[in-house]
Design a protein around this ligand. Structure first.
Ligand code: XMP
Ligand code: MG
Length: 176
């Protein structure tokens, strides 16, 4: 525990183990097929970095910037969307990598954007989903790390007002 967290939800070791399992699940589905990861900035960067280092060296990664929370702890309407350069995705296998799924609005937005590029497949890998996410009509993850309580969490890429992204564990911030 550190002074910044009121409660640890997932320890560094729990995250490490689960990310390795997810990498194995991804590998068993795609094998050596060319795989393109698209990491949704900024929250999924650390997750994607740990994941890609356990996937075949041919795995490519690109980014999309989406922000629905700005500096708040509840979504602030339609996400801000910045498309960053990606290769031609037509006929390619694409995996969206996201930090956390709540209503699914962000992923639905990203999914619609990339489906227009006619990939051979477009799947979703999410580290965390908030309890009750299944009741939303939005996209469901193909790969999911953990279901967590409906609390605002930080660490391992997730921020509160841009802080705490570098914490190795995930938890509830003390200053919230
Ligand atoms: P939706 O509702 O679009 O929300 O599925 C997912 C996006 O909201 C952000 N989010 C969080 N960020 N701690 C955070 O730091 C949280 O507990 C949290 N819940 C949702 C996240 O950026 C994700 O892309
Ligand atoms: Mg995010």
């Amino acid at each position: 525990m550190n002074d910044f967290l009121r409660q640890v939800v997932l320890s560094q070791e729990q995250i490490r183990q689960r990310v390795s399992e997810l990498a194995r699940e991804i590998l068993s589905l795609y094998g050596d097929t060319r795989l393109i990861l698209i990491s949704i900035l900024k929250g999924s960067v650390i997750f994607m970095s740990d994941l890609v280092r356990q996937l075949p060296p041919s795995t490519e990664f690109y980014f999309l910037q989406l922000s629905s929370y700005r500096d708040a702890t509840v979504p602030q309407g339609k996400p801000d969307f910045y498309a960053l350069p990606v290769p031609d995705l037509r006929g390619q296998h694409v995996l969206l990598v996201e930090d956390i799924l709540d209503t699914g609005q962000s992923l639905e937005y990203a999914q619609r954007h990339f489906l227009e590029m006619k990939p051979a497949s477009l799947r979703i890998c999410v580290l965390l989903a908030k309890e009750g996410y299944e009741s939303s009509p939005m996209p469901k993850p193909d790969f999911l790390g953990f279901v967590i309580p409906r609390e605002f969490v930080v660490g391992y890429g997730l921020d509160y007002q841009e802080r705490y992204r570098g914490l190795p564990e995930i938890g509830i911030p003390a200053d919230l």
